[in-house]
Design a binder for this molecule. Structure first.
Ligand SMILES: [Zn+2]
Length: 80
């Protein structure tokens, strides 16, 4: 009776240990696979600022690439 309960407890401990290890390994792998694609995105976001376009005539500046010409005087914007 006692040995049976001890054996059951031991199996339970081993099973929970195995689940913990498996979950840790799976979680670690999941974090690894989730984090790796994000690293270049974060790196790119920090290093690559959107270029500034500036009007050579009036100094109008914008980061919007939709602006090819100055809305004030129609001059072509220059990428800084
Ligand atoms: Zn201008």
């Amino acid at each position: 009776m006692v040995s049976s309960r001890t054996a059951t407890a031991a199996v339970g401990v081993l099973a929970s240990l195995a689940v913990s290890v498996a979950a840790w390994v799976l979680f670690d792998v999941a974090v690894f696979f989730l984090a790796v694609p994000l690293v270049p995105l974060l790196f790119r976001r920090q290093t690559e600022e959107p270029p500034v376009y500036e009007c050579p005539d009036c100094g109008f500046r914008t980061r919007d690439p939709e602006f090819a010409y100055c809305p004030r005087d129609g001059s072509q914007l220059e990428e800084q």
